[in-house]
Design a protein. Structure first.
Lengths: 206, 206
DNA sequence: GTTATATTTAATAGCGCTATTAATTTTCGA
DNA sequence: TCGAAAATTAATAGCGCTATTAAATATAAC
């Protein structure tokens, strides 16, 4: 029986690669290991994806979209700026809770391999820019109205990303610096969403 | 002339290693490359430090201390809790500004090699715990007095680390998501210190 | 059933890395 | 100045990795 019983081998490779890349990053993951997880020959990984880089890129692009997706949706309901922002922050946090390794993947790859930034920008640059300019416009309108203090949209984005992503990025560090148990850490994660929302909304006040 | 003109070779290796480890992390830095930077034979790196791991550890430990150092000093002056906290946050931010690659190093190594957590904890565990418990005690006293809202000291630490470290961790990401120039990024970094202080002090209010 | 095509495997070239060893050169005190 | 100790080098064993190639096997169309 040569053919893989579990159906689509290409898909299995993709899934194993995703798990391993998220776990250890690009450099520490080998096509040999991916093949071992799937239970196939190592050459198959290259048969389907040619190079390790191509395999990684196809995964990475979708992950970047996932990370941004919380900010992409345009809310139809007529809600206040703060309420809309609150929902986006919560949605973003939820996505990260479900994919806690995501922030590390970005940091790791975009820091160690700045070349990839160009690739990413080509593919998602327009989307991310439109997200940014929409936020910028909304923010300026609110500032104009005097509802929130004057601030740079980059600062707001930074605060959101910092608070939301960092918990997942630094949880290994936290465990070292504070001698905290895994259960306590889970508790922190659980209640941290509202904490973040609170801090972010507080930071807007005039 | 066999002897290195620039004096202490061991020190030069240490410095080159530090630069490279900070730049690319443990895995992507080779002893071969370190030797090339120093201009010596690759075996010398192993002559002085035996293994790449030992070389890394000796650097890593000092970096962890550096990261924490802002919170170590006990301020003699009689200042309010908020003022003391403000100064610590600023000192911490200053250290990171001077060592912007530090946060990435921690995240990278403690995430990809959790084994190292044990080593770090053995060496700095007591120090970090005493820092934590001092903060905890001070915080509880202030909460008792009603000066700040009830909160977990872990939350406060998380907020500080998140806001301070993240800017330096994610600056490559920011450049992608927002199409920001290097000059603009420098501006953001420059004014971000007070922004962080503001957000942190705001987050304490009852 | 035969055959073209898709999938899978074994084998391997070629690279860079870590760590060790033995030999060589330099240093420096007696 | 001699010789032990320290510093440095060349050489290399041995490993795992990426990517390719050619051969083997399975699939499906006819």
């Amino acid at each position: 029986m040569k053919r893989n019983k579990d159906g689509n081998t290409e898909q299995q490779i993709l899934e194993a690669a995703e798990t391993l890349f998220l776990e250890k990053g690009f450099a520490l993951t080998s096509t040999t290991e991916i093949a071992k997880v799937v239970g196939c020959n190592q050459a198959l990984v290259h048969y389907y994806f040619r190079t390790k880089d191509q395999l990684f890129d196809s995964i990475f692009e979708r992950k970047v979209y996932l990370f941004m997706s919380a900010f992409l949706e345009i809310d139809s309901e007529k809600l206040s700026f703060e309420e809309r922002l609150k929902r986006k922050v919560e949605a973003h946090y939820d996505i990260l809770s479900a994919n806690p390794k995501l922030p590390f993947l970005f940091v790791n790859e975009l820091t160690t391999n700045p070349e990839r930034i160009k690739t990413v920008r080509e593919k998602i640059g327009n989307t991310s820019q439109s997200v940014f300019f929409r936020l910028k416009a909304e923010l300026e309108e609110e500032i104009q109205k005097g509802n929130i203090r004057p601030m740079n949209p980059i600062d707001l984005l930074l605060t959101i990303i910092a608070l939301n992503a960092t918990l997942f990025i630094v949880s290994p560090m936290i465990k070292v610096i504070v001698n905290i148990s895994d259960e306590d850490l889970q508790q922190v994660i659980a209640h941290r969403k509202q904490e973040n929302v609170k801090i972010i909304l507080n930071s807007l006040k005039p």
